[in-house]
Every structure is written in C-alpha cells, then in structure tokens.
Design a protein around this ligand. Structure first.
Ligand SMILES: C[S@@+](CC[C@H](N)C(=O)[O-])C[C@H]1O[C@@H](n2cnc3c(N)ncnc32)[C@H](O)[C@@H]1O
Length: 450
C-alpha cells in the first residue's frame, strides 16, 4: 500500500521504541507514534514518511491497552523529561528488562535464551531526583525555567516536576522573580547575550543541604548579595557560580566560584558519608543507589583478601563500599574535583585501604598493572559511551576472575560484552530502575572468566 502524508489509518501498537514511542506495523511498514502504548488500537494521522518507516500522531484511541494509565502530569507529551508516564509502572519495569535483553541479543550477539533478571523498581517512583538541571529562557517578556521539549531547545515552563526534589520549585520561583524584578536577562542561545543559562540544584537526601549552582555567561551574577538571603529563606545552604561563556550545548563550564556556604553538599548512602561538589558525578536517585550498590556488592562477593579496581569511580562511592570488604581498592576517575572529593570521603569514613587516581581509566589501569598491582576483581561504571577499547584490552590481557560492569546504556553495554566475550561470560544480569518514567535503565552484569 502507498501511504501518504496526513492519511488517517487504524493500527495496533505492538512495541515501544528506545525513546518511548509506540511502534505499530501496517503493510510491513513501521510507524512510530508518540504517546502510544503497546496493546493500544488507535486511529493515527501520518505526519512524516521515510523510505521504510514513518511517524504518526494519535487521533483516537479506539481500544486502549490494558497497560495504559492516565498520565498524572499536565506537561507529559510536551516536556522531554518523561516518556513513559502513560504506561503502568510494573509495565515500565518489564519494558526496561526487555530493552536490556534485546540489546544483548541484537548488538551483543548473545543467544535469545540469555536470562535477564526482573528490573529492581521503586516503591514510590516520584520526587526521586537529587539533582535538577533547568534551562532558563524568556516567554512573553518573563523569565521562565523548565525542561526542553523533546529533540529541541524550546523551553517548556514547569511549575512543579513530580520527579524533582520537592524543594526545587520554590527555589526556581525565587530566582526567576528576582531576575524579572532586577531586569537580569536569561541567556539567549541565538545571539549569546544575557546572563543566566541554567540553574543546577543538588539536594541531599539524608541531610538538609541544598546547593544552587547558577551557570552564567559572565563572571558575576548581578545583585547576588540580595539574592542570597532570599535563597537561604527557601532552604538553600550553599550557592556557587559556574562560569560558562562558550557557545556550546555543554551545560557546565570548568570554573566555579563559591558565593555563600561551603560550596558542596553532604549526603549519605547507607552509613557512608559523601562530600559532593558542583562538578562531581553523584547518582541522581538516592533510594535506588542503595539497591544498585547492594547489587554490586553482593555480586562481587568479596572475601576480604581481594585487590579491586573501581574504574570510572566518580567521588569514590562504590570504591568505599567495596573497600570495607576487600584488601584494597583502587579508584580511577577523570575529573580532578571528583578524586579530591573521593580522597576526602575515604578520610571522613575512616577508610584507609582505598586509593584514588586522577586520569583516564584506559591509561591508569594498565599503569597500575605495570607496577604489579593486579586486581582480582574489576568494577567498571562508565558514562553512556561505554568503556574505552584500551581499557577492555587491559581487562582481557590481565583477565581477573571477576568483572562487574555497571552501565547506564544497554547498547554500549552489549557492544562491550561482545568485545570481551571470548574470555568472559555474563552470569548475572540485573537491571535497576534508576530513572522511573523515562526509558533509561541501569544494568549490573557479573562476568566470570571462562
Ligand atoms: C556513570 S559515572 C559513575 C560514577 C560512580 N561510579 C558512581 O556510581 O557515582 C561515570 C564517571 O566516569 C567518569 N569518566 C568519564 N570518562 C572517564 C575516563 N575515560 N576515565 C575515568 N573516568 C571517566 C565521569 O566523570 C563520571 O564520574
């Protein structure tokens, strides 16, 4: 059948795409439909046609899927934050489990029989984020903050986000009202004018610390001494400026200046205490982080005499949990500020057998091996792009008995597991839902040397 733009067709949705769109087939032609759920039977309008697939929008849900729920956020569908709010939480977890499996089969070349555990979910999947990163712009002459619309830099203003920390909305309102009162212009991407680009808020889950980091296209924020007491009143315990004067999509610049307070927040994961600086990575879902780290620790099954490498260690969170069960742990991380936090975190938690190194894991790990520090267990937790090939080469060369791969991207996980599959076999695959209502999924894999 020849399809035409704007044509109306009825279609059954049978699957979900990696970015949460419903997928249905008509005459062998795949259609991607935003907001559609597997099991829906819909009338849709074709809005875009490519050679072998197309895009549609829902005109009518003729028969709703049993897993469909009514989205509980007014901005769902407009804001790029959540993509699965129309699907029950238990079905979201099942979907994430299938994403992991599909990637392992399709990209990793593993057999269809590969077993992936049920995803570990949240009991209350709301208000879980300890970090909010909000772009700032102008709408109808007023300063607005919110989230970008999907695949654009158009800001969808948000009064209250059900994923963010509950204190964020009062902080954002204080800053935008202050800017309007004092005529402080938000940054304008088109001509690179204006001051405030993003507001970054980091909130401690277990202490009352809240950090506001104003990302500015300048070296100063006007009238900051007047804004400080207003932010203190809504619970902010420290304020920092991050200077980013480049014409770039990268949110944070490399320079920060403390305006008020310590310049960092303190939080706990279980009984360990962590110092978190503005530029350091810290897992965004503190409730699930405890489950994630418990999973890593239980899969590592340390007996007390092991040397462990923790590559991509951030501020040393996993390293310190492992150190209490191992002979020694070597944490490696590329961001200097994170390593300085990691060293301080070890000291504050009275842990003396964790050692930290600044630099790329792919060069520091082989360096340590050359110094005859040879790990029994390697833990890797890389960013979305996965492990650098030289690190995988090092792992294959020294081939420790156990490897634990923690990943936030199932496709690069599958690619890397395929690369090391001549030597390593995955024996446990555990998805952990760190990001409810989005399609992102974290996975912990235990690999054993063949
Ligand atoms: C997903 S985070 C994991 C952090 C930590 N394991 C945790 O659970 O908080 C990945 C970390 O890798 C760091 N990183 C990125 N590229 C790196 C590289 N080539 N070598 C070492 N660390 C790197 C990032 O700065 C970030 O802290």
């Amino acid at each position: 059948m020849d399809f035409k733009k704007n044509q109306l067709i009825n279609i059954s949705i049978t699957d979900l795409s990696i970015d949460g769109m419903g997928i249905g087939k008509a005459d062998g032609f795949a259609f991607f439909v935003s907001g559609a759920a597997p099991g829906d039977y819909i009338r849709m309008q074709i809005v875009k046609l490519k050679k072998s697939y197309g895009y549609g929008i829902i005109k009518e849900i003729i028969n709703p899927s049993p897993i469909r729920i009514s989205p509980d956020c007014n901005s769902f569908g407009k804001c790029g934050g959540c993509s699965l709010r129309h699907i029950s939480y238990s079905s979201q977890l099942e979907f994430k489990r299938s994403i992991v499996k599909n990637n392992l089969v399709r990209i990793g070349g593993f057999p269809d029989s590969i077993y992936v555990n049920e995803a570990i979910g949240m009991e209350y999947p709301y208000y879980y984020r300890n970090k909010g990163q909000y772009p700032v712009g102008t709408k109808n002459g007023k300063t607005v903050v919110g989230f970008y619309a999907p695949r654009s830099h158009n800001i969808i203003p948000i009064e209250k986000c059900m994923l963010a920390s509950e204190s964020d909305s009062a902080i954002l309102k204080t800053i935008t009202s202050f800017m309007d009162k004092h005529g402080i212009a938000p940054y304008n991407e088109a001509d690179q004018t204006g001051i405030l680009r993003h507001i970054l808020i980091k909130t401690s889950h277990k202490t009352s610390d809240i950090m506001v980091c104003l990302v500015i296209n300048s070296t100063e924020f006007p009238f900051i001494e007047d804004l400080t007491p207003l932010l203190k009143r809504v619970g902010v315990t420290t304020i920092v400026l991050n200077i980013n004067q480049k014409n770039t999509n990268v949110i944070l610049g490399s320079k920060t200046k403390i305006v008020f307070g310590s310049g960092y927040i303190t939080d706990y994961i279980k009984d360990l205490k962590f110092k978190i600086s503005p530029l350091s990575f810290f897992q965004v879902n503190p409730v699930q982080t405890e489950k994630l780290y418990d999973t890593i620790l239980s899969l590592a099954d340390l007996k007390g005499n092991e040397i462990v490498f923790d590559a991509y260690c951030g501020i040393g969170t996993i390293s310190l949990f492992l150190a209490r069960k191992a002979k020694s742990v070597y944490g490696i991380e590329i961001v200097p500020q994170a390593i300085s936090d990691a060293k301080e975190n070890a000291k504050n938690n009275h842990i003396t057998n964790a050692f930290f190194y600044t630099g790329p894991s792919e060069t520091i790990c082989p360096d340590l091996c050359r110094k005859n520090i040879l790990p029994d267990v390697i833990v890797v937790d890389p960013p979305r792009k996965g492990c650098a090939p030289p690190l995988l080469e090092t792992i294959l060369r020294i081939s420790p008995e156990k490897l634990i791969y923690t990943s936030c991207n199932p496709s690069t996980l599958a690619r890397d597991l395929k690369y090391i599959s001549p030597t390593y076999v995955p024996t446990q695959i555990v998805p952990v839902d760190m990001f409810p209502h989005s399609t992102n999924v974290e996975t912990v894999v235990l690999l054993k040397r063949k």
